[in-house]
Ligand binder design. Structure first.
Ligand code: SF4
Length: 290
């Protein structure tokens, strides 16, 4: 099992921090191309509620984000510029390319990480990403969430599994690092279903995986279903049990980027135990050190 922090330490010889940045973008599940309601679990912040303010330039956002981690990071740390919220390859290509380049410019930014969807990477965008990947590593984070069609329909993902497969193939042909998000605890999914998703992702030729426990955030349609008793919520013990089943399925060449979710406290409706980050991380540490 390889965790992201260990992988980055090996690669760069020091701790590497992710700086969450925002672009002026939306996504096809919100702008009407596929839907206007957003994915069922997604908050208004577009799954990036901790990111910096999108009205500021990328350079300003980087400076502010660094300021926030300075006490922990010190002056010799390295960083990854992370465009997390919404669909960061969806929009005006010139604007996007300019923004990516601006984010990669500083010497202490060692990689660019871009959160997006597999149905939103045009050939033109792929060429841009391929070019940038020759300057500094480009990571593409794909929100797959599940391989199961019923769950994909429930969350309003809006694309088929074959679109994911094809996208991974195109990105890998350009040598781009691919990281895939999987949500654990979607309504109706058994442990076996989740194992199938993790196995599938690990066998699909990607370099990283993010496992995120389903968070019910206030203001989302998922919250409405939760209030009606349609969304079962795992206890911490159940979640740790599930992780202990999933972790052995992940080979060492697929780096584990995350083992829990990071929903903002002010919006979190359930499971509330996840707000106690320290306790959760301690439990996860016990698991990963076994
Ligand atoms: S999860 Fe991503 S694709 Fe879905 S609504 Fe949120 S920003 Fe859009």
């Amino acid at each position: 099992m390889k965790l992201l922090n260990d992988h980055l330490k090996e690669e760069y010889g020091c701790k590497v921090y992710k700086l969450s940045l925002q672009l002026n973008v939306t996504c096809p599940v919100r702008d009407g191309r596929l839907d206007t309601r957003g994915c069922i679990f997604c908050s208004e912040g577009g799954s990036g509620d901790f990111a910096a303010c999108r009205n500021k330039s990328v350079t300003e956002q980087i400076a502010e984000a660094k300021e926030r981690v300075l006490a922990k990071a010190g002056t010799h740390a390295k960083y990854i510029a992370y465009f997390q919220s919404f669909t960061n390859t969806y929009g005006d290509t010139d604007y996007l390319e300019r923004s990516y380049r601006e984010a990669m410019e500083p010497d202490d930014i060692v990689a660019l990480s871009i959160g997006t969807r597999p149905d939103c990477i045009s050939d033109e965008m792929l060429d841009i990403l391929g070019k940038l990947n020759k300057i500094k590593p480009v990571w593409i984070e794909l929100g797959l969430q599940t391989i199961h069609p019923e769950s994909a329909h429930y969350i309003r993902r809006g694309y088929e599994l074959s679109v994911y497969d094809e996208c991974v193939d195109r990105l890998r042909k350009k040598g781009i690092t691919v990281i895939v998000h999987v949500i654990l605890g979607l309504p109706g999914e058994s442990h076996e279903d989740m194992k199938e998703s993790v196995r599938y992702v690990c066998a699909s030729g990607v370099q990283g995986i993010k496992l995120q426990l389903l968070h019910v955030l206030k203001g989302t349609d998922l919250y409405q279903d939760y209030l009606q008793g349609k969304v079962p919520v795992m206890s911490m013990e159940e979640y740790m049990e599930l992780l202990s089943e999933l972790l052995p399925l992940i080979p060492d060449d697929v780096v584990i980027h995350r083992l829990t979710g990071d929903g903002p406290k002010r919006l979190l409706a359930a499971p509330l135990w996840t707000a106690d980050k320290k306790r959760v991380l301690n439990e996860i540490k016990k698991l990963t050190e076994q």
